[in-house]
Design a protein around this ligand. Structure first.
Ligand code: GDP
Ligand code: MG
Length: 203
């Protein structure tokens, strides 16, 4: 649309403990498939460019995956620099990965841009038999930090496109925002999608 530069790439990063499914989530979003088994720490897919259509307008996301540095707690400041959006993941079968979200958020607040778009994702929602983190606990942590939240599955694809779409909508809306105009609210969007969902995944 007028005033919105469709050529602009929005740097989007994936953050969270090793093993929560960051690489799998990106592969599912990019290729629509799930490759079982751990990705090697050295298989850094680097970044993937994806175009998401938001109200007929192309929003280009440049999505960065870590190369496994989080295993050594050495995600560098450079990774956060210039990121406009950030998907923060935990694994619903791992209480530790959920407890570590607070530490990730303090790192984000320290190193990322102040206005970075953040989305909290509880991944591996397909593994309900091994659930260790209740949906409502994810939701309440998200509320505490004022970030939107949904549960995803990189395996089944549940909410994967939706998570990136919500982020893309927010980025686009920020870019075209005119002063005084009512603003797209990522929280409201996530909440509206919740009512359409057949399952418990949204909060
Ligand atoms: P990363 O270290 O955060 O990049 O995590 P990976 O993408 O390498 O995934 C770690 C492990 O969890 C792998 O064995 C994946 O196959 C598995 N995994 C990732 N996402 C899901 C998911 O949504 N559901 C299930 N069942 N397994 C997943
Ligand atoms: Mg990985």
């Amino acid at each position: 649309g007028p005033g919105y530069n469709e050529a602009l790439l929005h740097k989007t990063i994936l953050v969270g403990d090793s093993g929560v499914g960051k690489t799998s989530l990106l592969v599912q979003f990019d290729q629509g498939k799930f490759i079982p088994g751990s990705f090697s720490a050295t298989v850094g897919i680097g970044f993937t460019n994806k175009v998401v259509a938001v109200d007929g307008v192309k929003v280009k996301l440049q999505i960065w995956d870590t190369a496994g540095q989080e295993r050594f707690r050495s995600v560098t400041h450079a990774y956060y620099r210039d990121a406009q959006a950030l998907l923060l993941l935990y694994d619903i079968t791992s209480k530790i990965s959920f407890d570590n979200i607070r530490a990730w958020l303090s790192e984000i607040h320290e190193y990322a841009q102040k206005d970075v778009v953040i989305m909290l994702l509880g991944n591996k929602a397909d593994m309900s038999g091994e659930r260790a983190v209740r949906t409502e606990d994810g939701a309440s942590l998200a509320r505490e930090y004022g970030v939107p939240f949904m549960e995803t599955s990189a395996k089944t694809g549940l909410n994967v496109e939706l998570a990136f779409l919500a982020v893309a909508k927010e980025l686009k809306q920020r870019a075209v925002q005119a002063p005084g105009e009512p603003r797209f609210q990522i929280h409201d969007y996530v909440a509206s999608q919740r009512s359409k969902s057949s399952c418990c995944a949204f909060a």
